[in-house]
Design a protein around this ligand. Structure first.
Ligand code: FAD
Length: 420
């Protein structure tokens, strides 16, 4: 396959890492990166933490320092989006009506916030996905004294709740499930994190269904069709998850199922399940079978986006005979972190709803000084499946080998005991 021009769609973490890797691997053809936002690539995790808190300004969150930007020799097209892809002709259509022909394409369009009906009609309702979103919310909560209602107790909802509370706001979190963070950590550990929020002054209401947004706040669903309780709010933040940004690929013939469906090497598949030569994907937008966990995954976390951007670029080069060796399966132990108040959560592996969980070091109960530190392991069958550390970076990182090996539960417990 001739590989003269590679186009990367999405100019954020996965897209940038893909461009950097193409150059680091010696690709000397054209690289064009198309990004819907007007900004150069920036880091999203601070948007709900230090940037939202006003501790950092936007110039602290560049993903690549401005003075090294030109070194990449990449053509950046900011403020314009991919509008369609024709893989058989090798053409990317753009929203400004122009086309780009390509030999290789990496799709890195990430995800966008899931919204509630009529959300954009309400000026007091916010979401946090982009720098512009975060700056808008920051201006509202910076001085404290407001009642902030967060809908959704996922990671971003809880991070926003913690930041808003630390700025002196009253914060209520509404969650439909019985505990926060169930999808990421399971019910037991999610409830433990929820208790830490309550101890720090957040009002947490789980098991409540939001009916709709309201001029004065949020209306809960009532019983038997009756109007439910009105939760009054000055500011509402909707944190009910994300949807992968694939709408623009509707006519592409690519297989789309809650993400761009790829094979183990991150090569996109068509609707018949055949690989689409030259088209790869990376980051939050992508669903692929992780051979290490024998599970199809779509991961919405930083480390995965960065590593997949690099892996997609390497595999594109390898498939075109421009890299060392053949394309390789992408088989990581997934990892993420989240900072909420003084709580640093780190998770390696996966948490499934039916995993058994055991706290093996430390305790979910606060120490005398109010801090919490523990390591919990997740078990599927007789294998270790995940490791959660709260304020325990060394303990959790030292479990990586066990997860790589898919160690037995017995061996994982024995290894954890050596870390105390
Ligand atoms: C507020 C917040 C806090 C987070 N905190 C953490 C954390 O603490 N730990 C952690 O592990 N992860 C965290 N994450 C997740 C992490 O930031 C994401 O996993 C990561 O940004 C994904 O990178 P990406 O490049 O795949 O997608 P994105 O960062 O979503 O970027 C995709 C880009 O593509 C653009 N785009 C979309 N459609 C098109 C199109 N058609 N054409 C061109 N461009 C398009 C988008 O505008 C966007 O700029 C956080 C995310 C958010 C939003």
């Amino acid at each position: 396959m001739d590989l003269n021009r590679v186009v990367i769609v999405g100019a954020s973490l996965a897209g940038l890492r893909a461009a950097e890797t193409l150059r680091n691997e010696g690709f000397d053809g054209e690289v064009v990166v198309v990004g819907a936002e007007p900004h150069r690539p920036y880091d999203r995790p601070p948007l709900s933490k230090k940037l939202l808190a006003g501790e950092w300004e936007p110039d602290r969150i560049h993903l690549r320092q401005p003075d090294t930007f030109d070194d990449l020799d990449v053509e950046w097209r900011f403020g314009v989006a991919g509008a369609g892809l024709d893989p058989s002709a090798g053409i990317l259509h753009l929203t400004n009506g122009t086309d780009i022909t390509y030999d290789g394409c990496i799709i890195a369009t990430g995800a966008a916030c899931r919204r509630l009906p009529e959300q954009s009609r309400y000026s007091h309702v916010h979401e946090v996905r982009t720098l512009d979103d975060a700056m808008r919310l920051r201006a509202e909560i910076a001085d404290g004294g407001r009642h902030v209602v967060v809908i959704g107790a996922g990671f971003i909802g809880l991070e926003v709740a913690a930041t808003a509370r630390q700025l002196g706001n009253d914060v209520t979190v509404l969650e439909g499930a019985p505990a926060p963070l169930i999808r990421g950590l399971g019910e037991e550990m999610g409830a433990a994190i929820g208790a830490m929020h309550e101890a720090r002054g957040v009002t947490l209401r789980c098991g409540v269904q939001v009916d709709r947004l309201h001029d004065d706040g949020v209306l809960l669903a009532g019983e038997d069709g009756a109007e439910g309780e009105l939760i009054e709010a000055d500011i509402v933040v909707v944190g009910i998850g994300v949807v992968p940004a694939t709408a623009w690929l509707g006519d592409s013939g690519l297989q789309l199922r809650d993400g761009v469906v790829c094979d183990e090497t991150l090569n996109a598949l068509d609707v018949d399940g055949s690989v689409v030569p030259g088209v790869y994907a990376a980051g939050d937008v992508l669903r692929w079978p992780n051979p290490l966990f024998a599970e199809e995954m779509r991961v919405e976390h930083w480390t995965n986006a960065a590593e997949q951007g690099a892996a997609a670029a390497k595999n594109l080069l390898a498939a075109a005979g421009r890299g060392a060796g053949a394309p390789e399966a992408y088989a990581p132990v997934p990892f993420f972190w989240s900072d909420q108040f003084d709580i640093r959560i780190q998770f390696l592996g996966r948490a499934s709803a039916d995993d058994a969980v055991e706290v093996v070091l430390g305790s979910t109960q606060p120490n005398e000084d109010g801090t919490v530190k523990f390591l919990a392991l997740y078990r599927t069958g007789d294998r270790v499946h995940g490791a959660l550390g709260v304020n325990a970076p060394r303990w959790v990182m030292k479990m990586r080998g066990q997860l790589m090996e898919q160690a037995s539960w017995h061996d994982a417990l024995a290894h954890a005991a050596t870390l105390a």
